[in-house]
Design a protein around this ligand. Structure first.
Ligand code: SAH
Length: 359
C-alpha cells in the first residue's frame, strides 16, 4: 500500500463513517458537538438526497463546521464497483465491501419501471438447493449502510432520463434473518425529508418463509412476498430444508393468513418452477387449495439455471399449463420474465461464481 493510501486508511478508520449512523445516532453525534438538532437532518440530506462523497460539499454548514466535522467523520462510500450489462438492458452491479467480500445488486428496466434488486446478506442463512446464493453459506449480514450503498452506487450511475421506481429486497440473502438492519435501510430508502423518498408501497421484501417474523414486515409498510416453491412438506423439505424444518407449510400459511394486509394490497407468493419436481398439474391444484382465501397474487418463476445446478427449467408449455390451473381457480398468476440471465443476474443466480476483475 502506498504511504498516502495507508495514511488515509488509518485516519479513516479512526473517524466515524457518517453513513454508518442512523438518524438517532447522527442526532446524538451532532448534539455531542454542541450543534442544533437540525444539523443532523441537513447532513442526512447531503448523504442520501445529494449523495455527496465529501463533507466539503455540505455547503449549508459553515466552513468552520465542515472543517470540524472532517476531523471527526468521513463519508466512506464503496469505491469499488463494477457493472455488467445484459443484452436485455439489465445491469448487474458488483460491489466490493471493506473486508473484500463482494455483493451483487441488479437493476432491471421493464416498460415504465426501473426496479433495483438489493442484497441483504453476503451469501445466505438458508440452503435452498435451487439457489446459487444458498450454496455459498452465510458469510455475514450486511449492515444497513451497506444495503443503502447499493442504492447510492446505482443512483450515481443512472443516465439523465432514468429514475428508480421500485426496490425489491430479493438479492443475495434472507432479509428476515437480518431484520434490524433491513428495517433501518428501509427507513433511509423511504424517508421523504432526508432519505431517498421511495414510497413504501414500491418496496417489496421477499422471504423464504420465516413464518414467525412476517408480522414485523407489516410495521414497515412495504409489500411482502413469500417464496413458497412447494406444495407439500416433503417436497419443501427437499427443496428448502433449513427454512421448512423451522417453519413448515401449515405454520407459514397460518402466518400469511394472519398477516395484517392493508386495504388494496395483496400478498405475493413466488413459486420457482423446477421441471419434474414441483411443476405438475397436481402441484398447481394443491397450490390453489393452499392459497384459498388469501388475498394474493402468484409469481411463477421458471428456474434459472447456474453451472452445476441439479434442476432444470420446465418447458414453456408446462409453465403455461401450471399458470392456467391457477387462473381457472381465480388467482392472479403471472410468469416472471427473468431478466439478466446472460450476466447471471436473474433470481437465484447471484453468488460466488462472479467476482470483480480487479483484486
Ligand atoms: N431469500 C429470499 C430472497 C432471495 S431469492 C427468498 O427466498 O425469497 C428471490 C426469489 O428468487 C425467491 O422467490 C426464490 O425462490 C427465487 N429463486 C431462487 N433461486 C432461483 C432460481 N435458480 N431460479 C429462479 N428463481 C429462483
Amino acid at each position: 500500500m502506498a504511504r498516502q493510501e495507508r495514511t488515509r486508511a488509518v485516519s479513516a478508520a479512526t473517524r466515524t463513517n457518517l453513513l454508518a449512523l442512523d438518524q438517532p445516532a447522527l442526532e446524538r453525534f451532532v448534539k455531542d458537538l454542541g450543534w442544533p438538532k437540525f444539523r443532523a437532518q441537513q447532513i442526512l440530506r447531503w448523504l442520501y438526497q445529494e449523495r455527496v462523497h465529501d463533507i466539503e460539499r455540505m455547503t449549508d454548514l459553515s466552513k468552520a463546521e465542515r472543517a470540524r466535522l472532517s476531523t471527526l467523520a468521513v463519508i466512506d462510500r464503496i469505491a469499488d464497483c463494477e457493472v455488467r450489462r445484459s443484452s436485455d438492458g439489465t445491469r448487474k452491479f458488483l460491489l466490493r465491501l471493506e473486508d473484500g467480500l463482494v455483493i451483487e445488486s441488479v437493476l432491471i428496466p421493464d416498460a415504465d419501471r426501473l426496479t433495483l434488486c438489493l442484497s441483504t446478506q453476503v451469501g445466505c442463512t438458508l440452503d435452498c438447493g435451487f439457489c446459487l446464493t444458498g450454496q455459498m453459506g452465510l458469510k455475514r449480514n450486511l449492515t444497513a449502510h451497506e444495503m443503502i450503498e447499493q442504492a447510492l452506487a446505482v443512483l450515481d450511475s443512472l443516465g439523465p432520463g432514468e429514475r428508480l421506481t421500485n426496490i425489491v429486497l430479493m438479492g443475495m440473502g434472507e432479509p428476515l434473518a437480518n431484520f434490524e438492519a433491513v428495517a433501518d435501510a428501509v427507513t433511509r430508502l423511504t424517508n421523504t425529508r432526508w432519505g431517498l423518498g421511495i414510497p413504501a408501497r414500491r418496496i417489496t421484501l421477499s422471504t423464504a418463509g420465516m413464518a414467525s417474523r412476517l408480522k414485523d414486515v407489516a410495521g414497515l409498510g412495504i409489500n411482502l412476498a413469500v417464496s413458497l416453491n412447494a406444495t407439500t412438506d416433503a417436497q419443501r423439505n427437499r427443496l428448502m430444508p433449513a427454512v421448512n424444518r423451522l417453519h413448515p407449510l401449515n405454520r407459514l400459511l397460518a402466518a400469511c393468513r394472519a398477516y395484517p394486509l392493508p386495504p388494496h394490497r395483496k400478498l405475493t407468493f413466488e413459486y420457482v418452477l423446477l421441471a419434474g419436481e414441483n411443476d405438475s398439474e397436481q402441484d398447481a391444484k394443491r397450490l390453489t387449495r393452499l392459497l384459498n382465501g388469501i388475498r394474493c397474487k402468484v409469481n411463477l418463476i421458471p428456474f434459472n439455471p447456474f453451472p452445476g445446478s441439479p434442476y432444470r427449467r420446465p418447458a414453456d408449455s408446462d409453465v403455461l399449463r401450471f399458470q392456467a390451473v391457477l387462473r381457472k381457480a381465480g388467482f392472479d398468476a403471472l410468469i416472471r420474465k427473468s431478466k439478466g440471465r446472460d450476466v447471471l443476474g436473474a433470481c437465484g443466480q447471484l453468488g460466488q461464481l462472479v467476482s470483480l476483475h480487479r483484486s
